[in-house]
Design a protein around this ligand. Structure first.
Ligand code: IPE
Ligand code: IPE
Ligand code: MG
Length: 237
C-alpha cells in the first residue's frame, strides 16, 4: 500500500502545541519548545526514506509571536541558535538544504548570523530543502512583495499593467519554491494563524490533535495517507 502512495512534493507544517505538551507533562513552556526542536530534528533526519518530498516548510515563529513574554521569546531564539549549532552536521550528512522564509532582518543578530552561515554552508546540498519560517507572517510577505513591486513601478522599471499572479509570486520570499501540496497543523486548532496565505490557495489541509513534540514520521505517514484520499480538482472538473 505504502509503495502506491502519491507523495506530496512540498509539505508545510504549523508546529503547534509545545505549550500544551509542557503543561500535560507539568513542565515549563520552554521545555515544550525544547522537545519541539527535538521532534523537528528527528523528523528531518527520518525524511531520507521519503526522497519524493523535496521541500518542507516549518512554521517556527510568527510575526505575532513577539507578543509573548520576553522570557519565552528569548528562550525560543536561544533554542534556534542551539538547533543550528547542534544540527548543521545532520544537514550535511543527510544532504539537506536550509532556507528561511520571513523577515530575517527583524531577527536578533545571533540567530540571524547563524542562519546566514547555515544557509550558505548547505546551499549546494541536493536533498530535502528544509525551510524554516521565522518572523514570518503571510500578510507581511504579501505586503513586502507589493512594496517591492510598487518601488519598481514608481521608478519606471516595471509597467503596472504587467502585474499579474505569476509576476506577483516572483516577489514572494522564496519564489523558486513550489506551493505546498499538503498543509499540516498539529494540536487541533482549525486556523491558519497567518501562515503562507498566498501559497496555500490549493493545498490540502490535515489537522491532527497530536501535539507537535509527539509528532513523528508515523504521524506524517498518516497525513500522507489522508492526502491520498483527496481529489484535488483545482477548480476544474
Ligand atoms: C508552538 O507551540 C511553537 C510556537 C508558536 C513558537 P505553542 O507555544 O504555540 O504551544 P501552545 O499552542 O501554547 O500549546
Ligand atoms: C502558530 O502558532 C505559529 C507557530 C506555530 C510558529 P500560534 O500558537 O502562534 O498560533 P495561535 O496563536 O494559536 O493562532
Ligand atoms: Mg500555539
Amino acid at each position: 500500500m505504502e509503495n502506491d502512495l502519491v507523495i506530496p512534493r512540498h509539505i508545510a507544517i504549523i508546529m503547534d502545541g509545545n505549550g500544551r505538551w509542557a503543561q500535560k507533562h507539568s513542565l515549563e513552556r520552554c521545555e515544550g519548545h525544547r522537545m519541539g526542536a527535538e521532534a523537528l530534528k528527528k523528523l528531518i533526519e527520518n525524511m531520507r526514506d521519503l526522497p519524493e518530498v523535496k521541500y518542507m516548510t516549518f512554521y517556527a515563529f510568527s510575526t505575532e509571536n513577539w507578543k509573548r513574554s520576553e522570557e519565552e521569546v528569548s528562550a525560543l531564539m536561544h533554542l534556534l541558535v542551539e538547533f543550528l549549532d547542534m544540527n548543521l552536521s545532520i544537514f550535511m550528512k543527510n544532504d539537506l538544504r536550509l532556507l528561511v522564509t520571513g523577515r530575517l532582518e527583524g531577527m536578533p543578530e545571533e540567530p540571524r548570523s547563524k542562519l546566514k552561515e547555515a544557509i550558505e554552508k548547505t546551499k549546494d546540498n541536493k536533498g530535502l530543502c528544509v525551510i524554516i519560517a521565522l518572523n514570518y507572517g503571510g500578510r507581511s510577505e504579501i505586503a513586502d512583495a507589493a512594496k517591492a513591486i510598487a518601488r519598481k513601478a514608481a521608478c519606471g522599471e516595471l509597467d503596472p499593467e504587467k502585474v499579474d499572479e505569476k509576476l506577483f509570486a516572483e516577489y514572494l520570499y522564496n519564489p523558486q519554491v513550489p506551493d505546498p501540496d499538503l498543509l499540516i497543523r498539529t494540536s487541533g486548532e482549525l486556523r491558519l494563524s497567518n501562515f503562507l496565505l498566498w501559497e496555500i490557495s490549493y493545498s490540502e489541509i490535515y489537522v491532527t490533535d497530536t501535539l507537535w513534540p509527539d509528532f513523528d514520521k508515523n504521524e506524517l505517514m498518516e497525513a500522507i495517507k489522508s492526502f491520498n484520499k483527496r481529489s484535488r480538482r483545482f477548480g476544474g472538473r
